[in-house]
Design a protein around this ligand. Sequence first.
Ligand code: ADP
Length: 256
Amino acid sequence: PSSSSPLLKVDRLAKSFGGVRALDGIDFALAPGELVGLIGPNGSGKTTAFNIVTGVLKPSSGRILFEGAEVTGNRPETNAALGMARTFQNIRLFNDLPVIDNVMVGLHRKRGPGFLATVLGLPAARRSEAAIRVRATEVLGILGLKKRAGERVGSLPYGDQRKVEFARALASEPTLLLLDEPTAGMNPYETADLGATIERLHRELGITTLLVEHDMKMVMGICQRLVVINQGRMLAEGTPAEIRADARVVEAYLGH
Ligand code: ADP
């Protein structure tokens, strides 16, 4: 694909759960390098859309294109191998393992032998171990967590655990970073701090990022472009200034 073609394209996406039409004609695209927020009131279909893009759910109809190729219905592992990295709404870390090991999991998955093989110290795993550790340490440095590399991840404050999740996603050097409501369960201070981190990662690494988020204020403050959905349909699309001035968006949010 040429540099002007989108990295990710979501095309007429629809999804029904039994009789519930969760998505009905969602269309949006991310150009390489963009930071885009997908927002909408509770129950608007954000999580469903995110799960279809990552491969957790299959759509009822519509297509997902990644780097110009159709990835609709791919398994999450396949999409990860293609260069999509995601974080989870509920943090999924190995609480009893050190921070650095949690980051290294992402690297083993991508190009090394299995994580378990490494934990068990199997010979084939040892070769790439040092290189993986160096890369994981670098990524922790970017997130300001190098000093905590040896600490049990479960002992870190919640906001830092979220950053470890980001580090794990970034360590795989993804082409597309997908963040699923990263401020879920955070206080306003942690939310602002995390927003600043996402904005800085995007600015410094130039990584294309789709941020699904309920916190309007945070998304408005850091995203270049917003896609707003409501009741499974496209409601608006534009810059934060355009969205803020859109009466339909204001009404949709106030109605909830
Ligand atoms: P959001 O993430 O914006 O809060 P969701 O994608 O979670 O919205 O939900 C969109 C709609 O789809 C809601 O009406 C929700 O109840 C429904 N829904 C989501 N997942 C399921 C499911 N697994 N089974 C039935 N209905 C679902």
